[in-house]
Ligand binder design. Structure first.
Ligand SMILES: *[C@@H]1O[C@H](CO)[C@@H](O)[C@H](O)[C@H]1NC(C)=O
Ligand SMILES: *[C@@H]1O[C@H](CO)[C@@H](O)[C@H](O)[C@H]1NC(C)=O
Length: 255
């Protein structure tokens, strides 16, 4: 699914907790407005409410919760009402990196630990990566999208061209078993590796390059023509809440 137009990121001034005199550590400002943006420790956060037009009411605020080793922690509270089948927002952190062809990337090691404090909402929890032949392509879409879904709530589905809704394959990649769904979002080819029902992965460590290796071998993914544009992890919120999504650690590298 599209995280949507991310070009109008509003810059939010953030105070980084310097202690001066009797002042105590200033908390970073929460990112609550559309496209409120913050970068820290090699990552960026965007309060991306791209689908808010289909909400009848609701809100979302995202917080940078500090560095964790060479990664970051972040969290977001949200509540959305309206069309239960449309994404209202995409809450994520993205690794900042120099774009390279997928074939020139040796490894994409990552670790993530996350939780939701409720389950009665509709949302996924997923990695999102776009690639394009154009190294200067906007980061809101690409020629290909690779998603890795660690959980889904409320019976939502990844993009699929299967008329029955069943996965294209059950595959083992990076030590985990996945249902692979394939389909198109407009002209963009989407590959979604989805945890089997009832087996959420709250603590995930893997080399994401192995997913690209799988796609190269089994789906003719043209890795020597495709630049990796973005490397993000977050949650696509449909409806529900109030709920809180907490990522106690997100670390991702491009080697
Ligand atoms: C999108 O990509 C540009 C580089 O083209 C980058 O500077 C920017 O921080 C990225 N992220 C967002 C959220 O716009
Ligand atoms: C989950 O967190 C949200 C936001 O802080 C809060 O409003 C809600 O009451 C919490 N729900 C539970 C069950 O703890």
């Amino acid at each position: 699914m599209l995280p949507g137009v991310a070009t109008l990121a509003a810059l939010v001034a953030v105070s980084h907790g310097a202690i001066t005199g009797t002042r105590t550590t200033a908390a970073a400002a929460a990112l609550c407005s559309q496209y409120a943006y913050q970068s820290a420790n090699g990552y960026e956060l965007l309060n991306n409410l791209w689908g808010i037009g289909t909400a009848t009411s609701g809100s979302q605020c995202t917080n940078y919760d500090g560095p964790v080793n060479s990664g970051i922690a972040f969290s977001s509270t949200w509540t959305w009402q309206g069309d239960q089948n449309t994404v209202k927002s995409y809450i994520y952190a993205g690794r900042q990196f120099t774009r390279k062809k997928v074939s020139e990337i040796r490894s994409l090691p990552t670790t993530v630990q996350w939780s939701y404090n409720t389950t009665n909402h509709r949302a996924n929890v997923a990695y999102d990566i776009f690639t394009s032949t154009d190294p200067n392509h906007a980061n809101s879409s690409g020629d290909f999208e690779l998603m890795i879904w660690l959980e889904r709530y409320g019976g939502i589905w990844p993009i699929t061209d299967s008329s029955t809704g069943s996965p294209a394959a059950s595959v083992k990649v990076a030590g985990y078993t996945w249902d692979l769904f394939t389909g198109y979002n407009g002209a963009m080819r989407v590959y979604s590796f989805v945890v089997p029902k009832g087996s959420p992965i709250y603590s995930f460590t893997a080399d994401v390059k192995e997913f690209f290796n799988y796609l190269k071998t089994n789906q003719n993914f043209p890795e020597s023509q495709q630049y990796m544009l973005i490397y993000q992890f977050g949650t696509e919120a449909f409806v529900g809440g109030p709920t809180k999504f907490t990522v106690s650690k997100f670390q991702a590298d491009v080697n």
